[in-house]
Design a protein around this ligand. Structure first.
Ligand SMILES: Cc1ncc(COP(=O)(O)O)c(C=O)c1O
Length: 397
């Protein structure tokens, strides 16, 4: 992978025809290092957020040895790269063949489930194994999160209580997990969720060995500056103390976004301007899925050489390259008023759920990859408070 000081340096050198995925392994390493040092338990990297090898290497270099994987390809990716990795198969619905191969070929012992049916599948496909760590995914409130994950997975009510009892009967270790939703802006979401999970455990009357508080830890985007991450750790540690679990129970978290969002940005070229709309060569079917489907506003930067005249900023809407009209990102994205065809724009904070979600729709979806050395556009990993560069008009070079 080519290396540059910044996205601007890359654009000046190459004037790329394809969009560019800029990777900052140093930012992923810094984020992972923060979690390893500050989270009061074990940190599992949620590979789905960004499975790029450079990101995996960066979180590993920071000391992360546990990985939350959701599919056989993710298992293969991590297992073949890191011999000493512990893999947790955290998708609550798995193909039987994937359970089998995970257990027998890759030594996976940690499996998530949220139904009796899935529990039966795991027991059957592992030949009634006696060394299973079964993590029961429970439904919790995700009202505090930007991206809600409550609809699809998680057992609740009587069903949850019965499932906990049933899983306890076959598990070597029993765990509980939940996900408060991605980009969760309120630390107390964990306190509320953990109290609720505690109630379910009491009702079930089971002993619990593992509490997995999921992902959902936020980073900073324009208009979405979270409280200090330290506040999240304080809430989680206090809530864990109150839970009716074994005294030596393990505490896990599974951050995705927080470990890799700052580690990526994307460079797109303006192919056409129509008033306040910019038509780019990257979009909703590419790395900007969340900007289209979740209304996420990424920070943007016009990449022009130092010394270019500075213009006032104005709001723009972005369109991606495909023919689909949902390939549109409302923003507003603040850019210099004179942005025009042929200009390059850097979209920051796309390291999580950016390239990981890109498709080949309409024949697009190819990227140049480059490693860049400069700092991410925003960061939550620098004391004392998250800083957000709301808009940066012209990059420095
Ligand atoms: C089971 C599980 N764990 C962790 C994550 C990572 O979440 P986030 O990126 O919000 O930290 C996800 C995201 O979908 C998930 O489904």
């Amino acid at each position: 992978m080519d290396q540059f000081q910044s996205a601007l340096a890359l654009v000046v050198a190459d004037r790329p025809d394809l969009p560019v995925h800029c990777i900052r392994p140093h930012a992923a390493q810094k984020a992972a290092d923060w979690f390893v040092r500050r989270f009061p338990g074990d940190v599992l990297y949620a590979v789905k957020a960004n499975p790029h090898p450079a990101i995996l290497e960066a979180v590993y270099a920071a000391g992360v040895r546990w990985f939350d994987v959701a599919s056989l390809p993710e298992i293969e990716l991590v297992a073949t790269r890191f011999e000493d990795a512990t893999l947790a198969f955290m998708h609550p619905v798995k193909a039987r063949s994937a359970i089998r191969r995970a257990y027998f070929d890759y030594g996976v012992r940690i499996f998530s489930l949220d139904s009796r049916e899935e529990l039966a599948k795991i027991v059957e496909e592992t030949g009634g194994a006696k060394d299973l760590h079964l993590i029961t995914r429970l439904a919790v409130c995700s009202d505090y999160a930007q991206h809600k994950l409550g609809g699809k997975f998680g057992a609740s009510g009587v069903e949850a209580v019965e499932l906990l009892r049933e899983a306890r009967g076959v598990a070597d270790e029993l765990g509980v997990s939940f996900h408060v939703g991605s980009q969760c802006m309120r630390p107390e979401a964990w306190r509320v969720a953990m109290a609720h999970v505690g109630d379910l455990i009491r009702e079930a009357g089971v002993t619990v060995d593992i509490v997995d508080v999921g992902g959902g830890f936020p980073v900073a985007y324009p208009g979405l500056t979270p409280p200090p991450l330290e506040d999240y750790m304080v809430e989680i540690e206090a809530a864990f103390e109150e839970m009716p679990v074994l005294e030596n129970a393990d505490l896990w978290c599974e951050p995705g976004r927080a470990l890799c969002a700052e580690a990526g940005s994307h460079v797109a070229r303006v192919e056409l301007r129509k008033g306040d709309a910019l038509y780019l060569n990257d979009g909703a079917y590419g790395a900007l899925f969340d900007a289209a489907h979740d209304g996420l506003v990424y920070p943007v930067k016009l990449l022009r050489e130092k010394g270019s005249p500075r213009r006032p900023l104005r709001p723009f809407k972005l369109y991606g390259p495909t023919c689909d009209s949902i390939d549109a990102m409302e923003g507003p994205f603040m850019l210099p008023a004179d942005v025009s065809e042929g200009d390059y724009i850097e979209v920051g904070m796309t390291g999580a759920y950016g390239s990981a979600l890109a498709t080949k729709f309409n024949g697009f979806g190819d990227y140049i990859e480059a490693e860049v050395a400069d700092a991410p556009m925003t960061t939550v990993f620098e004391a004392p408070k998250p800083q957000i560069a709301e808009v940066i008009a012209i990059g420095d070079f």
